[in-house]
Design a protein around this ligand. Structure first.
Ligand code: HSE
Length: 329
């Protein structure tokens, strides 16, 4: 049995809790906190009750228990850090992840800030402590892209990564083109459905896609990049007229991220693409083509945002750790 502590009980945290319950996973949650409250219970928190409280507008736990208390005092094997991304300094998540690694706890996170800003330091800390640091959910939601690149494609040289990295922008562009929704209407829908970041500027200005490129560059492509290295244009100024103009040429517009490691290129921008191109996916789907020397080109398509889909990536990381370390230890 694996014991976990969860920080963050929004769309992703609740998706994880629902998956643990629905699949009857051999996982006990001994600590849980959101920004307002927390619970520590070595015997196992009643997740169904916590979900019900939160969904009825209540708190997930007690006001006197903070996320820092959960990290420092709860009895767990893995810290699951799924709070909203902050790209300025990665806090408070970065401090919580450091503290858990120092306690020799494994860490699984969907939080892009700490991984984009401090991966080398966190990785060194995890190695020193002999624990895993896993972050599949930070890039492309349900697509196991990091796992595929680190494991399945090990030995390949990656010449290019190219594709749709932000589900919210893809959803907005799809809804504007197909249903004639305005940009504001489509964005409001994406927020309501839990696809957008807590600060949706991250999505529509291309910051979220740029962070994902930095994470891939630094963690699987052996590059050393920061957010400012990414040439970036978002979709906030796109008009229905621009989409119509593309439509008239049997094309559409997608927010495309691209890395060319050898040239040191990282960029995010809206591009006009022919409608039958494999990267023209609908709704919250992401699609990424990875160009390699041995395996040729591979295109991965899957849901890039959403509660259950992001939970899938977190659960995958947890079960990876469980199979390699926790069981029988
Ligand atoms: N807001 C992000 C997106 C969530 O829309 O892609 C997944 O990182």
């Amino acid at each position: 049995m694996m014991r976990i502590a969860i920080l963050g009980f929004g769309s992703v945290g609740r998706g994880i809790a629902r998956a643990i319950l629905a699949k009857n996973l051999d996982i006990t949650v001994t600590g849980l906190a959101d920004s307002k409250s927390g619970i520590i219970d070595a015997g196992g928190i009643d997740l169904a009750a916590a979900l019900a409280r939160k969904e009825n507008g209540g708190a997930c736990g007690n006001a006197g228990v903070s996320p820092a208390d959960v990290v420092a005092k709860a009895d767990y094997d893995v810290l699951v850090e799924v709070t909203p991304t902050n790209v300025e300094d990665g806090e408070p998540a970065l401090g919580h992840i450091r503290a858990a690694l120092r306690r020799r706890k494994h860490v699984v996170t969907s939080n892009k800030g700490p991984i984009a800003l401090a991966y080398p330091e966190l990785r060194a800390l995890a190695e020193e402590s002999g624990v895993f640091l896993k972050y599949e959910a930070t890039v492309c939601g349900a697509i196991p892209l990091i796992h595929a690149m680190q494991e399945g494609l090990a030995g390949n040289t990656i010449s290019r990564l190219y594709g749709v990295f932000n589900g919210t922008c893809n959803y907005i562009l799809t809804r504007m083109a197909a249903e004639g929704l305005t940009y504001d209407q489509a964005l409001a829908e994406a927020r309501e459905l839990g696809y957008a970041e807590a600060d949706p500027t991250y999505d529509v200005e291309g910051i979220d896609a740029a962070i994902k490129l930095v994470i891939l560059a630094n963690t699987v492509l052996d590059m050393r990049t920061v957010l400012d290295d990414v040439e970036r244009t978002g979709i906030s100024l796109l008009t229905p007229d621009a989409l119509q103009l593309a439509e008239d040429q049997d094309c559409t517009i997608r927010l495309i991220g691209e890395i060319v490691p050898e040239a040191g290129v990282l960029r995010v921008s809206p591009r006009i693409i022919e409608k039958d191109h494999p990267l023209v996916v609908e709704g919250t789907l992401n699609a990424v083509t990875v160009g390699t020397d041995l395996a040729g080109d591979l295109t991965f398509i899957g849901k890039g945002a959403g509660s259950t889909e992001t939970a899938s990536a977190v659960i995958g990381d947890l079960l990876y750790i469980q199979s390699r370390h926790v069981q029988g230890s």
